[in-house]
Design a protein around this ligand. Structure first.
Ligand code: NAD
Ligand code: UFG
Length: 340
């Protein structure tokens, strides 16, 4: 029996991908240190899939612990979600971010090589495009980073490119996610941020459920149709399906490819607020606030390469995104901490 190893499998995107893999008949192992997640997520995944998932607690920087996993289980490929992702925190704790994200990835790759497992799907980000000169953004756009989080993703992309140059028998896919939102339609698993959410959709959901007074919209004077920032929001269930396609693609491929996972459509902050209110019939009070430092006006993908190489494209609508985000929030007002 062979397994797919998910590092960070208990997190937001990892748990949705675990569910998609189990439903497609894969055997799945999650290896997570639970620094930003809960064991409950994977218990629910197993229930939803009516299947077992091996859940291991450990840190990707712990080479001995990782080696033990590879020794015990026959692993055919790794999907590497484990990482810290809060932009603001990364500027306050750069060493922690570089250690966790970059050093952790190097350790993971060393162990993979030792056990001759050379298929890797890596969670990269549209953040590697920095402030792109033109939209839609394709994979050949110049890369840059403006904070340690983005820098860590960029460094990992370079490290993996160098690895493939030196050892061409690796097969690596860099999946550059745009803005993941939404939740499984069961409302059982979803995004559970710690403290005050940094990201738009969890903030909107927490305002709607009454946990926060109002949303601050960061700037209404951007050069966009309504002046608020434009992003490519992608449903996490579509994103999970993209990982399945990437794993299938790697079965017959070597080398390294960067692939955007986005819808190709940009929505503004006001579009998101209005869609959330009207679809869910719930009020989302907001105020216009100053721009958030480091934010860009507009960012959305050219998703053609994913269709061409993986046969993948996003299928969920904006309505699906806001409806599913709300169902998760309403059913779990306190996330996994204290679910209804
Ligand atoms: P998440 O925080 O929900 O999941 C990450 C998981 O990794 C968590 O369960 C956490 O406990 C675990 N983890 C962190 N460091 C670890 C370590 N050293 N060892 C073992 N486990 C560790 O985040 P997510 O939204 O599911 O993101 C998954 C990946 O996708 C991350 O690498 C993130 O940078 C990337 N990404 C996320 C977004 C987004 O907006 N959510 C966008 C682009 C890229
Ligand atoms: N926004 C608000 N108010 C809020 C939060 C966000 O107006 O309370 C606005 C932002 O200004 C931006 C848009 O909503 O215009 C989206 O902001 P998010 O913080 O949700 O997402 P970002 O595009 O800033 O960044 C996210 C992740 C990054 C990742 C990037 C690309 O946080 O880690 O998407 O994948 F790199």
């Amino acid at each position: 029996m062979t397994y797919i190893l998910l590092t960070g499998g208990a997190g937001y995107i990892g748990s949705h991908t675990a569910l998609a893999l189990l439903r497609a008949g894969y055997q799945v192992i999650s290896f997570d240190n639970y620094s930003n997640s809960s064991t409950t997520a994977l218990q629910r995944v197993a229930q939803l899939a009516n299947s077992n998932i091996i859940t291991l607690s450990g840190d990707i920087r712990d080479e001995a612990a990782l080696s033990a996993v590879f020794r015990q289980y026959q692993i055919s490929a790794v999907v590497h979600f484990a990482g810290l992702k809060a932009v603001g925190e990364s500027t306050e704790m750069p060493l922690h971010y570089y250690d966790n994200n970059v050093a952790g990835t190097v350790t993971l790759c060393r162990v993979m090589r030792e056990f001759k497992v050379k298929k890797l799907v890596f969670s990269s980000s549209a953040t590697v495009y920095g402030d792109a000169k033109t939209v839609p953004i394709d994979e050949t756009a110049p890369r840059s980073a403006t904070n340690p989080y983005g820098q860590s993703k960029l460094m990992i992309e370079h490290i993996l490119e160098d690895l493939v140059k030196a050892e061409p028998d690796w097969g690596i896919t860099l999946l550059r996610y745009f803005n993941p939102v939404g939740a499984d339609s069961s409302g059982q698993i979803g995004e559970d941020p710690n403290g005050i959410p940094n990201n738009l959709m969890p903030f909107i959901s927490q305002v709607a459920v009454g946990k926060r007074d109002k949303l601050s919209i960061f700037g209404d004077d951007y050069p966009t149709p309504d002046g608020t920032g434009v992003r490519d929001y992608i449903h996490v269930v579509d994103l999970a399906a993209g990982h399945l396609k990437a794993l299938q693609y790697l079965e017959s491929q070597q080398g390294i490819e960067a692939i955007n996972l986005g819808t190709g459509t940009g929505y503004s902050v006001l579009d998101m607020v209005k869609a959330f209110s009207s679809v869910n019939k719930v009020a989302v009070p907001y105020q216009i606030a100053p721009r958030r430092p480091g934010d860009i006006a507009s960012c959305y993908a050219r998703p053609d390469k994913a269709l061409k190489l993986l046969g993948w494209q996003a299928e969920k609508t904006l309505e699906d995104m806001v409806r599913d985000s709300w169902r998760w929030q309403r059913q779990n007002p306190n996330g996994y901490g204290n679910s209804n």
